[in-house]
Design a protein around this ligand. Structure first.
Ligand SMILES: [Zn+2]
Length: 149
């Protein structure tokens, strides 16, 4: 009986997925509300029904906080080396390469300059999507350079 019920739920999920064009609609993990991506973005990445806070990255934070098109990234391509030859479930070098490819980020923080209501600012934001916001030597270096700036 439990098996039958589960497979029925799976069928319903499959059907729902087919009706939703990829990347156009966002489903709230909290209440299940379906929102158009533009509606969700203009609501600052909160669910329009229950105000659930979605996880967002530096790109979204900069777009919320800074004046339009004012962000200029600093030190974008500083890359981590692997002085400890670290390895957990896979070698750290391989993990870095894969993460750079999948996130199009070079490390767990993006820093830069921009304008906030017309005022010049230096800004930094961690990206959880980059190995959980892993704090290596590059993060430290970029924060230090941002402070110097
Ligand atoms: Zn919701």
């Amino acid at each position: 009986m439990a098996w039958f019920k589960r497979s029925k739920e799976n069928i319903a999920t499959e059907t729902q997925k087919k009706d939703v064009p990829d990347g156009t609609w966002i489903k709230c993990p909290e209440c299940g509300e379906m929102m158009h991506k533009k509606q969700w973005e203009s609501n600052l990445y909160l669910c329009t029904k229950c105000s659930h806070h979605f996880r967002i990255g530096s790109e979204e934070y900069f777009s919320i906080l800074l004046d339009e098109n004012s962000f200029k990234e600093m030190d974008r391509k500083i890359r981590s080396i692997d002085p400890l030859d670290f390895e957990d479930t896979k070698p750290y070098k391989k993990r870095l390469e894969e993460t750079i490819k999948s996130t199009e980020l070079y490390d767990a923080i993006r820093t830069g300059t921009g304008k906030l209501n017309g005022i010049d600012v230096v800004i930094g934001c961690m990206d959880f999507g980059f190995i959980g916001g892993s704090m290596g030597s590059v993060v430290g270096e970029k924060i230090s350079r941002a402070i110097d700036k």
